[in-house]
Design a protein around this ligand. Sequence first.
Ligand code: SF4
Ligand code: SF4
Length: 468
Amino acid sequence: MDKESFRDSIATADPKGRRLWVYPGKPKGRLYTARSIVAYALLAFFFITPFLKFNGHPIILLDVLERNFIIFGLIFKPQDFYILVLVALTLLVFIVLFTAVFGRLFCGWVCPQTIFLEMVFRRIDYWIDGRPGQQKKLDKAPWGFKKIFKRFLKHSIFMGVSIIICHFSLAYIIGIDGTLALVTQPPWNHSTGFIAMITFCFLFYGVFSWFREQACTLVCPYGRLQSVLIDSNSIIVAYDYNRGEPRGKYIKGKENNSLGDCIECQACVRVCPTGIDIRNGTQLECVNCSACIDACNSVMRKTKRPEGLIRYTSENSLSEVTKPKSTGRIIVYSVVLILLLSLSLSLLTARTNIEAIILRAPGSLYFEGDNNAIQNLYTVKLSNKTFEEIPLSFRLKEPTDGTLSMVSGMIVLEPEEITESAFLVDFPRKQLFGSSVMITIEVISRDEVIDEITTSFMGPDRMKEKSD
Ligand code: SF4
Ligand code: SF4
């Protein structure tokens, strides 16, 4: 058979395209323990964060529906979207750089799909259906009391866990109080939200109980990008063919020195959650979960050979037996990342709690007021990005011979309020030396100047007036 023929099909479908169910064994080893600790920490973060509040508000709120974001106590309103877009871009470049260096490490260690599937749902499989062989046997067994009972129990738990995950995900969008209010009210009070929640609960249930590894191998766009993001210097989970080949059975006491270290035990294949054989080389389906490393290391220890026949390394390290090295691509990504990071940080630190945008009132140029004064009307869009009430006033800083008067008196911004107001600026006609002069307005809160805005003041064309 052609050595590359495994690339013609995926391990989870037969030649007719029918799904082949994967029954991976439970990994055991140092990396699985480390991965479990990371997963527990992330699960704790996911389930605890919605309850954490700062000044009575969630520390993280991602309300995409109302375009209201709170990230570690900082409020981001629609006016701040350029910062969020820049931060998202920085994150994207970070992911590209991270992937170019460490391959698909994110998928195996941090991705919510892997964590929920491998650390929650797969463990329920082991707990109720038993080891992979027992799971397979139960699947093939005719329907009887035992199978119906186990299926009912397992899928009820799957559905219960999906409902919990779905509601905690919702808490990141509408807050834990909003979520609790929704679940304690009758569904007909919020029928649209209720239908959306039912849909998402079934979606989570479908993904984790049935679709499983197909999400990583067929759907995930990040997985699809691997082929362009990683190169032969990226760190991947790889089988050391220099050491492993030629493969041969291990017979205790009758070691064959002409054979490599791989003893064809298939332990690495049996634990793979995507059903692949990593000894065939780098494959798109590999989520870098490291289960095969733990399995093979255990075999190596038992057969008294050095660990690391399967390990985290790069293709170049394997072929050239050198350490992974930086490439021009990595250096360029790093420079772009540092630039974006610096820009994001400077915008974040320069970001003010109050945003005031001053615009000339639409359709107006200038008015002629009492005592030969020229007046301009301005509208001001205000946004309070804090949880406090903020009094605001405006003062004309330059030129000093004009006056500024609010149309609606003193402004008091409610917490998180976005509103509009208006003010008039007037100058004595004789003080104007042109049809447009630049003026500077101070934004004042509690006797403190919190912002200065420069805009233009329009007046009559004095040259034209003189010639007339
Ligand atoms: S677990 Fe190791 S020794 Fe066993 S088949 Fe896989 S690579 Fe070979
Ligand atoms: S090949 Fe190894 S690292 Fe890749 S998905 Fe399978 S078990 Fe995980």
